[in-house]
Design a protein around this ligand. Structure first.
Ligand SMILES: [Zn+2]
Ligand SMILES: [Zn+2]
Length: 69
Protein backbone atom coordinates (compact mmCIF):
# COMPACT_ATOMS: atom_id res chain seq x y z
CA UNK A 1 0.00 0.00 0.00
CA UNK A 2 1.27 3.46 -0.85
CA UNK A 3 1.21 6.44 1.40
CA UNK A 4 -0.06 9.86 0.44
CA UNK A 5 2.84 11.72 2.00
CA UNK A 6 4.27 12.91 -1.30
CA UNK A 7 1.31 13.36 -3.56
CA UNK A 8 2.12 14.83 -6.93
CA UNK A 9 0.66 14.98 -10.39
CA UNK A 10 2.00 12.03 -12.33
CA UNK A 11 0.65 11.61 -15.83
CA UNK A 12 2.11 8.13 -16.08
CA UNK A 13 0.38 6.87 -12.98
CA UNK A 14 -0.91 3.45 -13.88
CA UNK A 15 -1.95 2.67 -10.33
CA UNK A 16 -4.68 5.29 -10.28
CA UNK A 17 -7.58 4.58 -12.64
CA UNK A 18 -8.30 7.48 -14.99
CA UNK A 19 -10.90 10.00 -13.99
CA UNK A 20 -12.92 12.33 -16.19
CA UNK A 21 -11.19 15.70 -16.41
CA UNK A 22 -14.51 17.53 -16.46
CA UNK A 23 -16.68 15.86 -13.82
CA UNK A 24 -14.10 13.81 -11.91
CA UNK A 25 -15.96 10.54 -12.37
CA UNK A 26 -13.94 7.35 -12.54
CA UNK A 27 -13.60 5.95 -16.02
CA UNK A 28 -14.86 2.40 -15.89
CA UNK A 29 -13.84 -0.36 -18.26
CA UNK A 30 -16.15 -0.68 -21.22
CA UNK A 31 -17.29 2.92 -21.10
CA UNK A 32 -16.98 4.89 -24.32
CA UNK A 33 -14.64 7.41 -22.80
CA UNK A 34 -11.97 9.20 -24.77
CA UNK A 35 -8.40 10.08 -23.91
CA UNK A 36 -6.12 12.42 -25.75
CA UNK A 37 -3.08 14.54 -25.15
CA UNK A 38 -3.55 18.20 -24.34
CA UNK A 39 -3.62 20.09 -27.67
CA UNK A 40 -1.50 22.88 -26.21
CA UNK A 41 1.28 21.24 -24.22
CA UNK A 42 0.96 17.66 -25.50
CA UNK A 43 2.08 16.36 -22.12
CA UNK A 44 -1.00 15.75 -20.01
CA UNK A 45 -3.46 13.04 -20.96
CA UNK A 46 -7.04 14.29 -20.91
CA UNK A 47 -9.74 11.75 -20.05
CA UNK A 48 -13.39 12.45 -20.65
CA UNK A 49 -16.29 10.21 -19.83
CA UNK A 50 -18.96 9.43 -22.41
CA UNK A 51 -21.40 11.82 -20.77
CA UNK A 52 -19.09 14.84 -20.76
CA UNK A 53 -18.01 13.93 -24.26
CA UNK A 54 -21.57 14.01 -25.57
CA UNK A 55 -22.28 17.25 -23.69
CA UNK A 56 -19.02 18.82 -24.90
CA UNK A 57 -18.14 19.87 -21.36
CA UNK A 58 -15.09 22.09 -21.15
CA UNK A 59 -11.89 20.86 -19.51
CA UNK A 60 -8.76 22.35 -18.03
CA UNK A 61 -5.34 20.81 -18.59
CA UNK A 62 -3.71 19.94 -15.24
CA UNK A 63 -0.29 20.61 -16.72
CA UNK A 64 -0.55 23.95 -18.56
CA UNK A 65 -4.00 25.20 -17.61
CA UNK A 66 -5.31 25.14 -21.16
CA UNK A 67 -9.10 25.23 -21.32
CA UNK A 68 -10.91 23.79 -24.28
CA UNK A 69 -14.02 22.06 -25.49
ZN1 LIG B 1 -17.31 13.43 -17.12
ZN1 LIG C 1 -1.73 21.20 -21.44
Amino acid sequence: MSTQSARRIDIYDYVQPPTCISCGKLIVAGERAVSFYCPQCGVAVIWRCSKCRSQITSYTCPNCGFTGP
